[in-house]
Design a protein around this ligand. Sequence first.
Ligand SMILES: Cc1cc2nc3c(=O)[nH]c(=O)nc-3n(C[C@H](O)[C@H](O)[C@H](O)COP(=O)(O)OP(=O)(O)OC[C@H]3O[C@@H](n4cnc5c(N)ncnc54)[C@H](O)[C@@H]3O)c2cc1C
Length: 450
Amino acid sequence: MTSITLPAREADVLLETDVVVCGGGPAGLGAALAAARTGASVVLLERYGFLGGNFTAAAVGTVCGLYVRSAPGSFDYAIGGVARAFVEELVARGKAIGPYPFKETAVLLYVPWAAKRLADHLVIEGPDSGNITLLLHALVSEVVVDPETGAVDGVVIASKQGPKVVRGRVVVDATGDADVAVAAGVPWIMGGPGERQFGSMQFFMQNVDIAAAMTAGLGALSEAIAEHGGHLTRDGGAVIPTFRGGEVIGAMIRLTRDGAPLDATDLFDLTYGELEGRRRAEEAEVFLKEYMPGFADAFLADTATQQGVRETRHIVGRYTLTGDEVRAQATFEDAVAVCAWPQEYHVSGRSTDYVFLPDGATYSIPFRVLLPSAGPPNLLVAGRCISADHHALASCRVMAPCMALGEAAGTAAALAVLDARETSSDRIVLGSVDPGAVRTELVARGAILP
Ligand SMILES: Cc1cc2nc3c(=O)[nH]c(=O)nc-3n(C[C@H](O)[C@H](O)[C@H](O)COP(=O)(O)OP(=O)(O)OC[C@H]3O[C@@H](n4cnc5c(N)ncnc54)[C@H](O)[C@@H]3O)c2cc1C
């Protein structure tokens, strides 16, 4: 590939704040709400016209990782704090149901539209919204690093009016793909085939006879695929009711190119994924109408706003959580979140493999996985791009733990800013934040920690 040198440009400083949160998915929402609640001013930047990330844009349809099964048929919350408050509000609005048993665990079913509106409400009118400024259609494209201190001074937004800068004392990268950390020179990795999850395109079917479909159950879907669906990309999957009359979300497409997962940071692969996802959704529509009970009169209403991306870049952090530690139910002194979700692999062939923890078991996630091993001292990462190997991420990438990790990052960011204010310090070094203080604040706000 040839390259050219871009000319230097001036950019207006649009806003100055304590904490800049880049990305408004589960992790970014958790981070923004927690930082605001802890007393920092926050600017939340989201590239789309709405919040939620995969929660809404990819219409994943269930919240995973909220619960731990204490015994067959009996579930407790594994995760509290912002995630629990968020889903309980959805339930109170009649837009979610959980715990809903799924394999050896349970999920929460929700209406994506309702999650989108609840996120609006919390950020704009919620109890902590006074500290939050939201910018939508704000794609973070670059970072400004102070050459003397090596700290991030701000981020650059690609806007219709040209580049704009938002300055902040701390930056939280919750872009899912570690866009900000990579731009800031933080070391990162991305697994090759077999070490990177496949993405999927979810789709909405309407006019479904829900009672017939649910009576037949997911077993009927797998059997139909085994008998007639050799051309489909997965050997199972799910049709998930959204609570809107006759509507389900189809979760049965695996996006592959020549047998390999796409690189969802590559423009060509992203374009291919959207086109292929829509083609595969039509293929699934034809299949479901013919072979799945309840779908004879159904139709494909739409695909999700975007293909769902499970895994791209992870930062290399101060600590890297491993799959062995997940299975060993590791605990850490600086734990800032716990997780009970199984390792869920969308990797090879057409199947999806699960490795479950025993009933009642969780593992913990240390603060250090949010801290880059090198690069700006005032940058934190949260969500699916934390420092975890592929096998640990197979579990902790789901939405409830991502929200909890965001909450931890936002809390730590705000505590660091408040401390710097108190000591009149110019520099913020997140590696010096006391994880004990973060844990205390999280527990006071309802987090469940070991
Ligand atoms: C098909 C599929 C099905 C899944 N099913 C489930 C499920 O049923 N239950 C579950 O709990 N989890 C599920 N997951 C996993 C889960 O959705 C994700 O791992 C989780 O959403 C990750 O949260 P996040 O905030 O780290 O990232 P994301 O959800 O990816 O959010 C990142 C946010 O940052 C924004 N952003 C990205 N780059 C920039 C930028 N440069 N500037 C500004 N904004 C930016 C994005 O628009 C997005 O809003 C599924 C994932 C996929 C792909």
